[in-house]
Design a protein around this ligand. Structure first.
Ligand SMILES: [Zn+2]
Length: 346
């Protein structure tokens, strides 16, 4: 094979019996290309059991099962019925990201996006809190610590009715997978401390920024004694999280991108949908949860849903849910405590 290639090269570049500088360069480039191909072949042909992420088809059975089994769903914690004998639980949650997702998390400071962040606490959050209070719907607000540090009045506004819960959503909306375990734990501990100091509430719930779990996140959440976690997607129903096959005692209140306002409400994104169409998706999700007797959990963001056209969609959803009846609205904390108690985990 190599002999044939060399012969072709010789025929191509040395046919007139002389070797010009231009041809010499071409020969050199061709040989480089051949050596690169050889290098690629060396990477591709890895031995069985190799754990190189470039060649997952060579991973050993033990390795795949260990990775897949690291964080899994354990015991189903869906109760026979929800408080008051209700058929379905409705948990509305808001991730109050504001400026943290408008550049801060990525280290980018830009006036335009930061103005959208201020809209989140100046206009959107008050509009949402007012609606939740008027509708008498207990709600959970997850905060990155910096979002609350920038506008601490948000905590007072949420606390005023005594209906709502405040929980933690990272320090500056950092990506856990970008951090070593020590930094990840330090940021989460200082975030909880900061939010508790400003809000005067004890924090019992965790939602990972961008729902992004590193291999260390669940161990840290367990070590810190959280009651519940709400960033994972193993089920539609509440369940107990397993860490390396062992029950953690942590309640998972699962999320889903279908049940999140951010992807479909971005007017500059590729998947923008009319808010009223999104409302229909959520209504269908709720109706089926009602039939199953399980859980309807919605994740929203003040800076996204707090705009006028989206609030109309949220109001439509609430009207539909209330008209259906046999429902229980609760905070994440109330739901987690209830399912633990029903499952005899206390
Ligand atoms: Zn977020």
């Amino acid at each position: 094979m190599t002999h044939l290639m060399l012969r072709t090269l010789r025929t191509k570049f040395f046919s007139n019996g002389t070797l010009s500088m231009k041809r010499l360069v071409k020969v050199w480039l061709s040989l480089c290309a051949l050596s690169l191909l050889g290098a690629c072949r060396l990477v591709v042909v890895a031995s069985p059991g190799d754990e190189n992420s470039q060649t997952p088809w060579n991973w050993s059975e033990d390795y795949v099962l260990e990775q897949v089994g690291h964080v899994r769903a354990g015991k189903d914690l869906n109760p026979e019925s929800w408080p008051g004998g209700a058929r379905v639980a409705v948990l509305l949650s808001y991730d109050v990201d504001n400026e943290t997702v408008m550049g801060l998390r990525a280290g980018e400071i830009s006036v335009g996006p930061l103005s959208q962040g201020q809209y989140g606490h100046r206009v959107a959050l008050p509009r949402i809190v007012e609606l939740m209070n008027e509708e008498n719907i207990p709600t959970t607000f997850f905060f990155p610590a910096w979002s609350m540090k920038i506008a601490p009045e948000q905590a007072a506004l949420i606390n005023e009715s005594g209906l709502h819960e405040i929980a933690v959503h990272g320090w500056i909306h950092e990506l856990n997978t970008a951090l070593d375990a020590e930094t990840e734990e330090r940021l989460l501990r200082q975030a909880v401390e900061e939010i508790e100091t400003i809000s005067g509430k004890s924090i019992v719930g965790y939602r990972a920024p961008s729902w992004n779990h590193s291999p260390n996140t669940l161990s840290i959440v367990k070590e810190m004694g959280f009651l519940y976690e709400s960033s994972l997607m193993h089920d539609d129903r509440p369940y107990e999280l397993l860490l390396d096959g062992e029950p953690t005692g942590i309640v998972e209140l699962p999320v889903e991108w279908i049940l999140d306002d951010a992807p479909l409400f971005n007017p500059r994104g590729n998947s923008y949908m009319n808010p009223r169409d999104v409302m229909q998706v959520w209504i269908d999700e709720f109706d089926r949860a009602w039939e199953e007797g399980t859980l309807f959990l919605l994740t929203m963001h003040p800076h996204v849903t707090g705009h006028r056209s989206r609030i109309v969609a949220l109001e439509g959803l609430i009207e539909h849910i209330k008209a259906k009846g046999d429902i229980w609205f609760g905070t994440h904390e109330e739901a987690a405590r209830y399912v633990r108690q029903q499952a005899g985990m206390n």
